[in-house]
Design a protein around this ligand. Structure first.
Ligand SMILES: *Cc1c(COP(=O)(O)O)cnc(C)c1O
Length: 427
């Protein structure tokens, strides 16, 4: 599929049925797979042969859907995970261990910030957070001899900052480490970070990719472009023998294209088991089949809502990278010329109380701990997803107490604006 355009990959990537085979991706609802001899199975456990043996590690349905996302992102290998959180945890933990360090953008999703700043710190991994629009010198200063990766989000949730991918890639590569980007909000329809120098892409497929609020899931895509062997001393997990697989060395046996995802599957999926259910992978694929049709409508509605709010007397600020005049408009034009996402953030002159009154009076837009859905939904991050942050951390994450994250669905823009207008009348 790799020569086709993204629109075609969305519909047909990842699975090409043979004669008489099912047209739709089959759901292989089986925990295990049968073999004729113990020798056959032994080869799988030694990674000497490829094949399925237990769905905690790999399942054919998942792999077909992962192959589609891999194709869409322009990667060399990919895997599905049970959630976006699992995807980001695996992507980092696959190359950074106790005693290591990671540079991350400060405006990342609250759940990821907590994963890094609290939970992974307990595992002995240190993180330095830098503002996404920091200077090259400031970015440079964040690196340490034990830095193993750089992490950011194409469009941050919910701060809506746009990452200067080339700037971050350049800094990462100058230090011999990969750039990992969470591309959840842009989706490969609007941005393919690998084309700009990113090495590993992650997703919460729960959002636009599924698009219907049906299943929590995640994905990791490797570009296959990072030369682990050239920085062998930094990544012993990939470049020295793995005792738990009879001494194979991932970067040698599976090459640059396959090492990262194979290690991630063989070690982390085996040990942590954050696998997506094949049923959910099937639902995710249904979402992917229309992603390229839905994204332009999300963007169209996002821009219409942003334009309406921009001039409203009760609104103190509007953040939407697709809106001319936005701080990130130029970067968005560079990396996402066809549109950004459907999420608009805004604040109220009346502060936190006005935000709460507004939300209470919405009729069409629902209050949900969700975003990037076909149905419009909204959230007050300071009292929900970012609740664990203190005021200082909130500011660093680009969030004020009056900020509302408004996720435009694919309904009619006029209806969305009418709903917003009547709720604003109550403020
Ligand atoms: C939602 C989200 C996550 C976490 O994904 P889950 O599927 O909820 O675990 C990670 N990154 C971003 C940008 C998100 O929006």
């Amino acid at each position: 599929m790799s020569d086709y355009k993204i629109n075609t990959k969305c519909v047909q990537g990842g699975y090409t049925p043979g004669n008489g085979e099912p047209r739709q991706i089959p759901i292989i609802q089986s925990t295990t797979f049968k073999y004729a001899t113990s020798e056959d199975m032994g080869k799988l456990f030694d990674l000497e042969a490829s094949g399925y043996f237990y769905t905690r590690l790999q399942n054919p349905t998942n792999d077909m859907v992962a192959a589609k996302i891999c194709d869409m992102e322009g990667g060399s290998a990919a895997m599905l995970t049970s959630s976006g959180q699992a995807a980001n945890f695996y992507a980092i933990f696959n190359i950074a261990n106790c005693g290591d360090h990671v540079v991350a953008s400060s405006t990342i999703y609250g759940g990821t910030y907590n994963l890094f700043h609290v939970t992974m710190r307990k595992m002995g991994i240190e993180f330095t957070f830098v503002e996404p629009d920091c200077s090259e010198e400031e970015l440079e200063a964040a690196f340490q001899p034990n830095t193993k990766a750089v992490f950011g989000e194409t469009i941050a949730n919910p701060a809506l900052t746009v990452l200067d991918i080339e700037k971050f890639a350049k800094a990462a590569h100058a230090h011999g480490v990969p750039l990992i980007i969470d591309n959840t909000f842009a989706t490969p329809v609007n941005c393919r970070p690998i084309e700009w120098g990113c090495d590993i892409v992650t997703h919460s497929t729960t959002k636009y990719m599924d698009g219907h609020g049906a299943g929590v899931g995640g994905c990791i895509v490797d570009s296959g472009k990072f030369d682990w062997m050239a920085h062998a001393d930094k990544f012993p997990g990939l470049t020295t023998p793995d005792d738990s697989y009879h001494g194979i060395t991932y970067a040698e046996k599976f090459g640059q294209a396959g090492a990262f995802i194979t290690k991630c599957t063989a070690q982390l999926m085996r040990d942590f088991g954050s696998i997506q259910s094949p049923q959910n992978a099937f639902l995710l694929n249904l979402g992917l089949e229309s992603l390229h049709v839905r994204m332009p409508r999300h963007c169209e509605n996002g821009l219409a809502v942003a334009k309406f709010l921009k001039n409203h007397p009760k609104i103190s600020f509007v953040t939407y990278p697709g809106l001319e005049g936005d701080k990130y408009y130029e970067l968005a034009q560079k990396y996402m010329p066809n549109g950004t996402c459907g999420v608009v953030s805004f604040g109220f002159k009346g502060g936190r109380a006005a935000a709460e009154t507004f939300m209470k009076n919405l009729k069409l837009a629902a209050i949900e701990t969700h975003v990037a859905d076909a149905r419009t939904c909204c959230l007050h991050p300071a009292s929900a997803t970012h609740r664990q942050m203190n005021d200082q951390e909130l500011v660093a994450a680009g969030i004020t107490p009056d900020l509302v994250r408004f996720s435009c669905g694919i309904e009619d823009a006029e209806d969305l604006i009418a709903d917003i207008a009547q709720a604003l009348d109550e403020v």
